[in-house]
Design a protein around this ligand. Structure first.
Ligand SMILES: Nc1ncnc2c1ncn2[C@@H]1O[C@H](COP(=O)(O)OP(=O)(O)O)[C@@H](O)[C@H]1O
Ligand SMILES: [Mg+2]
Length: 201
């Protein structure tokens, strides 16, 4: 028995956290066990690494290595066992975020990230990735009203433009896995798009 691995991606402020609880409800109503988690984080050690990653300044490659260290633990402790018992695993960010932030925005070499991905994940990939896509100005304006910004959220518009571009590029390269959601629409409209995708799983 194997479950399904669903990841939510997109810039800060795109709406990932807003929609995750609704997705959980829908899947549970269909009788599935749902494990909801996030990256960086998802385990006790991963959450400690998250604190460092979000608030300490460090070299972009150090950041990449810590992301994958947290991910290794996340897969070992939580994701793989849940999938093995048939659960649906819903993760707020996964490796696409490393490509978007550390490679796309911070220019860590693509080959290094691919090497770490292969090492840490082997053949584990999400079954489906919901990419919440919003223009950079929308992301920034939603963040301005939401919460105190972390290290990444304090970056400038050009940084976010590179993130958006990388996410969209990855969606184009992996059309079978990605579903791009226009998250610049009113909440109810976005919610309907998400429901339509979830109902096809
Ligand atoms: N479609 C939408 N229209 C207007 N505001 C939204 C929409 N989606 C999310 N928001 C608001 O934007 C802010 C950031 O949303 P959030 O779900 O926390 O984003 P993320 O988890 O992707 O960073 C929240 O205040 C949320 O209420
Ligand atoms: Mg969030």
């Amino acid at each position: 028995m194997t479950g399904k691995f669903i990841t939510l991606e997109g810039m800060d402020g795109a709406g990932k956290s807003t929609h995750i609880s609704h997705i959980i409800q829908r899947l549970e109503a269909q009788g599935h066990e749902v494990v909801s988690t996030r990256e960086p984080g998802g385990t006790a050690l991963g959450e400690k690494l998250r604190e460092l990653l979000l608030h300490e300044s460090m070299h972009a490659e150090t950041e990449t290595l810590l992301m994958f260290a947290a991910r290794r633990e996340h897969i070992h402790q939580l994701i793989a066992p849940a999938l093995a018992r048939g659960a649906y695993v819903l993760s707020d960010r996964f490796t696409d975020a490393t490509y978007a932030y550390q490679c796309g925005a911070k220019q860590v070499e693509l080959a290094k990230i691919q090497l770490l991905e292969q090492w840490v994940q082997a053949d584990l990939q999400p079954d489906i990735t919901l990419l919440f896509d919003v223009p950079v100005e929308v992301s920034l304006s939603r963040l301005a009203t939401a919460r105190a910004p972390d290290k990444f959220e304090r970056e400038n518009a050009e940084f976010f433009t590179r993130i958006r571009h990388t996410y969209l590029q990855r969606a184009k390269e992996n059309p079978a896995r990605f579903r791009v959601i226009d998250a610049d629409k009113p909440l109810e409209v976005v919610k309907k798009s998400v429901e339509d995708i979830i109902s096809t799983l």
